[in-house]
Ligand binder design. Structure first.
Ligand code: ADP
Ligand code: MG
Length: 262
C-alpha cells in the first residue's frame, strides 16, 4: 500500500483538485483507493459528491470520538472510497489540545484499514497544525503541489523543516516523494523559470541525508483548465464531468507517470 498526503500550507495551490482527481484516476485503473478529507472546509468531500449528512461518520469522529476509520469510509464506486470531512473538524485542534499523543491518532487508525487499499490519499488543510501533523505521522509519502508563481518557493523551507522534524521524531519512513505543478501555463516565462529553479533545488539535494533527497519532480504539468474549477460544484471528478478536457488528460497522464509508465 502507498499512503500519500497532499501538503502545502498555502491555500489555492491545487491540493484538493489533485487529491480528488488523482484518486479517481487511480481507481479507474482498478487500484483500490481511499481518499481521506482532512480539511475542515470539506472541499474534497463535496468534490466527490459524498454525503455530509448529520448521521454519516466523518474524519472528525475518527480523530476526536475514536470512531473506526473503516466505519467512516463511504464507497463511491467499485474501487473508490472516501472518508468525509465535516465543519466540526475545525474545532479538533482545540479539542485535542490536552491529549497525549494527539499527533498519532490517524496513524493508529490507518493500521486498521491498511490491508484493504492499494492507495490512501490524504487531502490536507492549508496549515501545518495538528491535522497536517496527523497526516505526516501517518503516511509514507508527501506530494507537494505548487503553482508556478514567483512566491511558489516561499514557505518551502518551513514545510521542509516540518517534514524533517516529523521524520526524525514521529515517522522515520516519511519522504517528500513528489512535487507537482498545478495551474501551469507553459506560455509564460515565469512558469519556465520557477520550474527550472525547483528542478535545480531538488537536484542539488540528491545524495544528501534528508527526506527530500529522492524527490521526483513530476514532468506532467497540470495546465490551467476551467473544467477543473467547474467540476467540484457538480460533485464529480474531472473524468465524470469532462472526460475530454485538458484537465482530464493531464491528471490521466500524471497518474501514468505516478504508476511508472510515462
Ligand atoms: P487547495 O486545496 O490547495 O486550496 P484547490 O485544489 O482547491 O487548492 O484549488 C484552488 C482553486 O483553483 C479551486 O477553485 C480549484 O477549482 C481551482 N483549480 C485547481 N486546479 C486548477 C487548474 N489546473 N486549472 C484551473 N483551476 C484550478
Ligand atoms: Mg483544499
Amino acid at each position: 500500500m502507498r499512503s500519500i498526503a497532499m501538503i502545502n500550507q498555502k491555500g489555492g495551490v491545487g491540493k484538493t483538485t489533485s487529491a480528488v482527481n488523482i484518486s479517481a484516476a487511480l481507481a479507474a485503473t482498478g487500484q483500490s483507493v481511499c481518499l481521506i478529507d482532512l480539511d475542515p472546509q470539506a472541499h474534497a468531500t463535496l468534490h466527490v459528491g459524498a454525503s455530509a449528512e448529520q448521521d454519516a461518520l466523518s474524519i472528525y469522529d475518527v480523530l476526536v470520538r475514536k470512531a473506526s476509520l473503516a466505519d467512516a469510509c463511504q464507497q463511491l464506486n467499485e474501487h473508490f472510497w472516501v472518508v468525509p470531512s465535516h465543519l466540526d473538524l475545525a474545532a479538533a485542534e482545540v479539542e485535542l489540545a490536552g491529549e497525549v499523543g494527539r499527533e498519532l491518532i490517524l496513524r493508529d487508525r490507518l493500521v486498521e484499514v491498511a490491508g484493504r487499499f492499494d492507495y490512501i490519499i490524504i487531502d490536507c488543510p492549508p496549515s501545518l497544525g495538528i491535522l497536517t501533523l496527523n497526516a505526516l505521522a501517518a503516511v509514507d509519502e508527501v506530494f507537494l503541489p505548487l503553482q508556478p508563481h514567483f512566491l511558489a518557493l516561499h514557505g518551502l523551507s518551513k514545510l521542509l523543516e516540518t517534514i524533517d522534524l516529523v521524520s526524525r521524531r514521529l515517522n522515520p519512513k516519511l519522504r517528500l516523494s513528489g512535487v507537482m505543478f498545478c495551474m501551469y501555463d507553459s506560455a509564460t516565462r515565469l512558469a519556465t523559470e520557477v520550474s527550472r529553479d525547483v528542478d535545480a533545488f531538488f537536484e542539488q539535494a540528491r545524495g544528501q541525508q534528508s527526506p527530500w533527497s529522492q524527490t521526483h519532480v513530476f514532468q506532467t504539468r497540470i495546465r490551467r483548465n476551467i473544467r477543473l474549477a467547474e467540476a467540484p460544484s457538480f460533485g464529480q471528478s474531472i473524468f465524470d464531468y469532462s472526460p475530454k478536457s485538458h484537465g482530464a488528460e493531464d491528471y490521466q497522464q500524471f497518474v501514468r507517470e505516478l504508476l511508472g509508465g510515462g
